[in-house]
Ligand binder design. Structure first.
Ligand SMILES: O=C(O)CCC(=O)C(=O)O
Ligand SMILES: [Mn+2]
Length: 205
């Protein structure tokens, strides 16, 4: 748990701002319900050690025209922003003071859905990418470790309506994950908005 609400996290070589109550509960409920219903969720297959597995979550990629994304080895053209997503994108862009032209939606159906260790360091995100991550629904633990190390250095609980902003060199030095958990947890919808310099690239397992 982060006891210092709305304070930057003091991790070396990282720039993380956490806003645990960015969105009020009522609005967060509305957005969760609408986004879940409006999204054409996909569950792509990934190749791992020569075998094919479904990605352990549902996902969808939205973006400005031509801003496609490569995940799980497949190129995904952008879905067109819905009015709600355009509104969320505009609010977040105003909040961080930077343009955002793409957004990955992830839906974790239960504790067995997850996202493995990775950095958001794909070339098309540029040198010091901003990643703006809004969490809705069930709380999940977000872990951080240094690249090349196993030990988890810091964890945050990403609750309904919380916003995590990663900037600067964070992706060079740190990896993050949403681990599987046996604890019962409600479905969770996460949106990560980014700014891509050009349309293609990227890989998320
Ligand atoms: O679900 C989360 O909070 C993490 C999502 C994430 O790391 C990503 O989309 O790159
Ligand atoms: Mn990520």
């Amino acid at each position: 748990m982060n006891l210092f609400a709305d304070m930057p996290l003091q991790l070396p070589d990282a720039e993380l701002d956490f806003h645990p109550h960015w969105l009020g509960a009522e609005r967060a409920d509305q957005w969760l319900k609408a986004l879940y219903q409006q999204t054409p969720w996909q569950q792509p297959q990934v190749q791992l050690f020569g075998r094919t597995h479904p990605v352990p979550r549902l996902l969808a990629w939205y973006g400005d025209e031509g801003v496609g994304y490569r995940y799980s080895g497949l190129y995904h053209p952008p879905l067109t922003w819905t009015p709600l997503l355009a509104e969320i994108r505009a609010q977040l862009s105003a909040f961080v003071g930077q343009p955002l032209n793409g957004g990955l939606l992830n839906y974790y159906r239960d504790g067995q859905d997850s996202m493995g260790w990775h950095s958001d360091d794909e070339a098309e995100l540029g040198r010091n990418p901003i990643v703006v991550s809004l969490s809705l629904g069930g709380s999940r633990r977000f872990d951080l470790r240094r690249k090349g190390h196993q030990r988890i250095e810091h964890s945050l609980q990403l609750d309904h309506g919380s916003l995590l902003v990663m900037r600067a060199a964070t992706q060079h030095y740190w990896q993050h994950q949403i681990a599987k958990t046996r604890k019962p947890c409600a479905p969770r919808l996460n949106l990560t908005f980014r700014y891509l310099l050009n349309g293609e690239g990227s890989n998320h397992g």
